[in-house]
Design a protein. Structure first.
Length: 308
């Protein structure tokens, strides 16, 4: 059967994206980004969705086998390609070079060590490695996370989570207070802006409760509160059973409670919850914090750019 191509449609194609990304991803990310990476972004307020129609699938009948897409910024382009279809690499790279957002010098291809055919085709078009990002991964077979929750704090039951308080935790936890204190929903400016605002923080959290993305597992997220009821730490979680993957996103602690071990306790709770469900790998980030607590594996993002 001949391979066909179709561009992404935001209202109908989220399952196609999930399918191709779970089938191309390995637990260590050699074949591309895990599926939650795209779904989390496209259902968030912070992603620029003006160009999502340029994202493109390659289809073998009704089966998606390749996917070119951007995340944030729109000039950062990613590729998912199922093993056995490497012969599509040239066409996918050519399409991304020609049609995805960004001019030479700004457009950036992000590829991974196992995507050798795509990397070679990118280099043929003049793309060169500009830098390599190294995120840490926790291998549940090598590492046991068992950090205790500090005295004076408790885990909030999923059914008791207050979305407004969680929004404020995310606002403070990602150091946005220099733009102003988090305020009530009915007092904030809801006009469109590329900048992060309290309204966007609220929108993302409340939508996860009332209209979660189709593959989200927000019930596995961890919220830690102090004795007064202020949310101090939040760790989101997507469990991808197909890849035995615990995809942790996001993780934040409000400034006044940093350095007390709350993030370590949150990740330990994920470990205790998800390992019995079949998770083998949990994602982290590039901060050295992860290595210090026992993340032993490395997930390399290879960034390639073309000269202007």
């Amino acid at each position: 059967m001949a391979i066909t191509a179709k561009n992404f449609q935001i209202l109908t194609d989220i399952n196609l994206a999930w399918q191709v990304m779970t089938n191309s991803c390995t637990p260590l990310g050699q074949g591309g980004m895990p599926a939650p990476f795209f779904e989390y972004a496209i259902t968030s307020s912070w992603m620029d969705k003006r160009y999502v129609h340029l994202n493109r699938f390659w289809m073998d009948g009704e089966k998606p086998v390749g996917f070119v897409f951007y995340e944030s910024p729109v000039t950062m382009i990613f590729f998912s390609l199922i093993p056995g279809y490497e012969y599509l690499s040239k066409e996918m790279i050519s399409y991304a070079d020609r049609s995805m957002p960004g001019e030479p010098g700004r457009k950036e291809f992000v590829l991974f060590p196992g995507q050798t055919a795509l990397i070679e085709e990118a280099k043929k078009l003049g793309y060169k490695v500009s830098w390599v990002q190294e995120d840490k991964l926790c291998d549940f077979e090598k590492t046991t996370l068992d950090f205790a929750l500090p005295s004076g704090f408790h885990f909030v039951k999923p059914e008791d989570i207050d979305p407004v308080k969680l929004s404020e935790c995310c606002w403070k936890g990602f150091d946005h207070e220099d733009k102003g204190a988090f305020v009530d929903w009915d007092k904030i400016d809801v006009s469109f802006s590329d900048e992060w605002t309290p309204s966007k923080s609220y929108q993302d959290v409340i939508s996860s409760f009332l209209a979660p993305p189709p593959h989200a597992t927000y019930e596995l997220g961890v919220v830690i509160s102090d004795e007064a009821g202020e949310y101090a730490c939040f760790s989101g979680m997507w469990f991808v059973k197909e890849n035995a993957l615990a995809y942790m996103e996001p993780l934040c602690t409000i400034p006044k409670y940093r350095g007390m071990g709350l993030a370590k306790a949150a990740l330990s709770m994920h470990y205790k919850t998800l390992k019995p469900l079949g998770a083998k790998i949990m994602t982290g980030g590039e901060n050295d914090f992860y290595r210090k607590i026992g993340y032993t594996e490395v997930f390399r993002w290879i960034h390639l750019k073309k000269d202007k």
